[in-house]
Write a protein of this length. Structure first.
Length: 404
């Protein structure tokens, strides 16, 4: 990481840090104390332009995420037809939600959830984004600041996820940390020392990934993507990246304090993994009472046709009763459907992964009540489901004007 950020002339003020690559400073902007030792790592990378521009940290993080996901797959209870890991497995590994972290007090999940992924496509998407952004950002701001932004954005992303998502919605993924890096790249794009081509390339990259990661929040984000984690990560990454502009720290002090960030994050994650191991057997034993990912029906017709078998085998699973309610709705047995939907909500209340099933049941029951001209009950039932912002459920309720 060089020392000329925000520079207007040939020599920058010593209090400002640079986003220029460490190996090629344009002019010496900060003078180190003569008696301050220089590490072997600094000597190696600062003396070799090729080595300093290779995003070793980015590549290392990608390999780490791949290794962790391989372990996830190996230990998973089952894997769905679309490559998704069983949600119960993810909870046992360290997936986070408001109910798990705050209500149950399992804070250790905050250090694990950003390193986990739920499917092949989830991992591939995040690794591609991390590589493309990291290739541009890591040589620009240095490995130490890159580490600080990654770790801080991961934690901020978890905070955003807990605050924004439904309490019973488990989540995993490194997207909060990656969105923080995207925001940092956007800020770094305005370095006055960069040429026009560099600036345009960095802006294009940051906007290409940043807009789809954040824009849905403006329209009431919903679905399976954790946009609130993106928002938390982006706020942290952008804030850290802009601080050198504002001279909140000096170049000399930042690398020393930020240099241990990745190591501290790694050690912290290992400690959190220890807690996960201690709880692992209990969560995996509980998972036997719930439908496995490989048995999950693929469509509404299959849900209805297999509902009796699934309810019989998994009476504690709220999803099985939701499928049974769908069957009764197809049979026009509205009373039985309502009973099953209320059973779903009752079971989901004590299920750490029951949030989506509860929301879906509320949406379907609200529609059922509306069809029976019980409008006040329908609106009351829809209120919580509307706040949960679960994609399909919201679309159903909005179409009936029950959300608004």
């Amino acid at each position: 990481m060089a020392t000329t950020f925000g520079r207007r002339g040939a020599v920058a003020p010593p209090s400002r840090a640079s986003f220029q690559p460490a190996a090629a400073p344009i002019a010496p902007a900060v003078v180190r104390d003569n008696d301050q030792p220089v590490s072997d790592e600094e000597t190696l990378f600062r003396g070799n332009k090729l080595l300093s521009d290779i995003p070793f940290l980015t590549i290392g993080l990608i390999f780490l995420l791949i290794l962790i996901f391989a372990l996830e797959r190996n230990l998973a209870i089952s894997i769905g037809r679309d490559g998704s890991l069983d949600v119960r497995s993810l909870i046992a590994y360290g997936a986070s939600s408001y109910d798990l972290v705050v209500v149950k007090g399992e804070w250790w999940r905050l250090g694990l959830a950003p390193l986990l992924h739920g499917s092949n496509s989830h991992l591939i998407g995040n690794c591609v984004a991390l590589f493309i952004v990291g290739v541009r950002l890591e040589p620009l701001i240095g490995r130490r600041l890159f580490s600080l932004i990654f770790v801080a954005s991961a934690l901020a992303g978890e905070a955003g996820s807990l605050l924004g998502n439904a309490p019973g919605m488990p989540g995993v993924g490194a997207s909060g940390a990656i969105t923080g890096l995207i925001a940092a790249l956007f800020v770094a794009s305005f370095d006055p020392e960069a040429d026009a081509d560099q600036t345009i390339s960095r802006l294009k990259t940051s906007l290409f990934f940043g807009i789809p990661a954040l824009l849905p929040l403006a329209f009431g984000a919903s679905g399976n993507t954790d946009y609130y984690a993106h928002a938390g990560g982006a706020l942290a990454g952008g804030a850290i990246a802009i601080m050198p502009w504002l001279a909140f720290w000096s170049y000399d002090s930042l690398p020393r304090s930020a240099g241990v960030t990745l190591l501290a994050g790694f050690v912290g994650s290992l400690i959190c993994a220890g807690f996960a191991v201690a709880h692992y057997s209990a969560y995996m034993a509980d998972a036997a009472h719930y439908i496995r990912a490989s048995e999950q029906p693929a469509n509404a017709r299959e849900m209805a046709s297999r509902s009796l078998d699934l309810v019989t085998r998994y009476p504690k699973d709220p999803r099985a009763h939701l499928f049974r309610a769908i069957f009764f709705l197809e049979q026009k047995s509205l009373g039985s459907a309502e009973t099953e939907l209320r059973t779903v909500m009752s079971l989901a209340a004590s299920d750490v992964a029951g949030g989506p099933a509860r929301t879906a049941a509320q949406a379907v029951l609200a529609e059922l009540l509306l069809a029976q001209k019980r409008e006040s009950e329908a609106k009351a039932m829809a209120a919580e489901a509307c706040r949960a912002r679960q994609g399909k459920a919201n679309r159903i309720l909005e179409k009936s004007k029950l959300c608004g």
